[in-house]
Design a protein around this ligand. Structure first.
Ligand SMILES: [Ca+2]
Ligand SMILES: [Ca+2]
Length: 189
């Protein structure tokens, strides 16, 4: 804390003690918050996991409008190289009209959040038969998904991957439900 005597006549701070000088150094805030309207658009910030949930098809542009960041956010997407080793790298997003995919990131200063797009389990920004396949492999224990990829399957109110989560992926894929946020419908309809 600075005491009254630390201030000079015209409000300037007299640095007599360097430990005080450090405490008044401006801390660069690196914050990301969601605007109130984000929730109704199914964008959810999972603070403790550094994950942002987004719906299928949402573009970086749209997402960007729902974020309040202390600095200009930068978006990166995973692209796979065409070389034999198929290495993956994160590249700066230049086309903001493209949809966000599971595994993409947003950076504010030095802080990074990763996107999990509900239904996009394999990270290609779409819900295809492959997503259902990857989800099933996880469910039967052949592979173990983690992080944003696991989060992308979670689409009912119960925590943990159940047959219902997989079922809802299928229903959305065959368009029996409008999207992964719809209430369950009668499959016989
Ligand atoms: Ca996908
Ligand atoms: Ca679940």
């Amino acid at each position: 804390m600075l005491e009254q005597e630390d201030y000079g006549e015209n409000g300037t701070i007299k640095i007599t003690d360097y430990t005080k000088a450090f405490t008044i150094a401006k801390v660069v805030e690196e914050t990301l918050e969601l605007k109130p309207e984000a929730e109704e658009q199914h964008v959810i910030l999972k603070e403790e996991k550094n994950i942002i949930d987004a719906p299928l098809g949402m573009t970086y542009e749209t997402l960007n409008k729902l974020l309040n960041c202390s600095q200009t956010p930068k978006y990166h997407s995973i692209t796979e190289s065409s070389d034999v080793e198929r290495t993956q790298s994160l590249n700066l997003v230049t086309d903001t009209s493209a949809p966000v995919a599971t595994g993409d990131t947003v950076t504010v200063g030095t802080k990074i959040w990763t996107f999990s797009v509900r239904g996009d389990v394999d990270g290609d920004a779409q819900l295809t038969v492959n997503d259902i396949g990857v989800a099933k492999m996880h469910y039967i224990g052949v592979t173990a998904l983690t992080g944003v990829y696991l989060e992308a399957i979670e689409n009912d109110d119960l925590e943990g991957i159940s047959v219902n989560d997989i079922g809802r992926l299928k229903l959305a894929f065959i368009k029996k439900i409008d999207d992964l946020y719809s209430d369950l419908v009668n499959e016989d309809e």
